[in-house]
Design a protein around this ligand. Structure first.
Ligand code: NAP
Length: 308
């Protein structure tokens, strides 16, 4: 019974150390050469070969090294095997902090002040207090909820949108198409923390931006495929949206010369909102294998029907 991880050397060696320490009863392979594929019950990687089921006939758990699984396309998941995404405190902490930074940055007009600084303009703007702002979060899962908890102490009005209805103290919860329209109508700062699925692709489009109040801003830390980049730029150019923090683009890296690089009201980062931390990711993976061995469901099992 072997756990195999295919990743960059630093992550592989951290996993090797922690598996040797905490789960010595399970074999460890840090490369394709280190294991007979028939022995591999647990396989972790970012992407997988199409013929997974024939290459690894005895797979039980297929782990994504990342929180999302949208990069895993066209793979035949062996019957009976489960696909598990990464849930661990390292990535949650990073994404939560990035979104808090973006929300505070938009709340305090940072994109506009950065633009003014480049032009050496010393000019104040109207002051707005947190209880006068509504933050709307698309996605109330692991990362959306961590963000809700982190934003609470600032005193913003909080709202969130998910596929299924939620009840969260102090948060106006919405779901479905009607719920989205109702939330957008009063959202000053929109945060995207959705998974990329057939339903959410290009959800951040011209129609959605038009439903936000004038002057609203966007923090996008989901996936590049959520965003119609031209629609965002048009909305910023028209003055309807006031600013955006954009961490993910399509394609990545963003091509040289793309308008997102230089738009005065965009803060662009190179997909760094989150990254799983090797130590805590290894511990979370071991805990998941233990759950599986005990006949329980691992944390983060993907529902293939819904794509996340
Ligand atoms: P999660 O726990 O699966 O939560 C996903 C949330 O989105 C859930 O609340 C879900 O609703 C909601 N949702 C899914 N499809 C929907 C739809 N069609 N309509 C409305 N709501 C929908 O995922 P997570 O761990 O929070 O991660 C979310 C995403 O963040 C990842 O998939 C990835 O794309 C992105 N991410 C980005 C970075 C980065 O560096 N930028 C890093 C990590 C993750 P229900 O609660 O009703 O199921």
């Amino acid at each position: 019974m072997t756990f195999q991880i295919l990743s960059y050397p630093g992550r592989v060696e951290t996993f090797r150390r922690i598996f040797g320490r905490d789960m010595p009863e399970v074999g460890f392979a840090g490369s394709v050469e280190e294991a007979d594929p028939a022995d591999v019950r647990y396989l972790m990687a970012w992407t997988f070969p199409d013929n997974l089921a024939t290459r690894y006939p005895n797979l039980e758990l297929i782990f994504s090294t990342g929180a999302g699984i949208d990069q895993i396309t066209g793979v035949d998941i062996p019957p009976g095997a489960k696909l598990v995404r990464m849930i661990e405190e390292g990535v949650t902490t990073l994404v939560r902090d990035y979104v808090v930074m973006g929300v505070l940055g938009l709340h305090r007009d940072l994109p506009a002040f950065l633009a003014q600084q480049r032009q050496e303009v010393w000019k104040t703007r109207d002051f707005v207090w947190p209880d006068q702002r509504q933050v709307g979060i698309l996605g109330l899962g692991e990362l959306g909820m961590a963000t809700v908890h982190a934003l609470r102490p600032f005193g913003f009005n909080l709202a969130g949108w998910s596929r299924t209805q939620k009840t969260i103290e102090g948060v106006d919860c919405y779901h479905g198409a009607d719920g989205l329209a109702a939330m957008l109508a009063k959202t000053d700062i929109l945060v995207c923390l959705l998974p990329l699925t057939a339903e959410t692709r290009h959800i951040l489009n011209a129609e959605l931006f038009a439903q936000l109040p004038k002057g609203a801003g966007l923090v996008h830390a989901g996936r590049g495929g959520h965003l119609d980049q031209d629609a965002l730029l048009d909305s910023l150019d028209s003055g309807h949206l006031s600013g955006a923090f954009v961490d993910v683009t399509d394609p990545e890296p963003l091509p040289t010369g793309h308008r997102l690089w230089s738009h005065p009201h965009v803060v662009l980062t190179p997909h760094i909102a989150g990254h799983s931390r090797p130590e805590s990711a290894a511990e979370a993976t071991i805990a998941n294998i233990r759950r599986h061995l005990a006949g329980e469901l691992p944390k983060g099992v993907v529902d293939i029907r819904h794509g996340y």
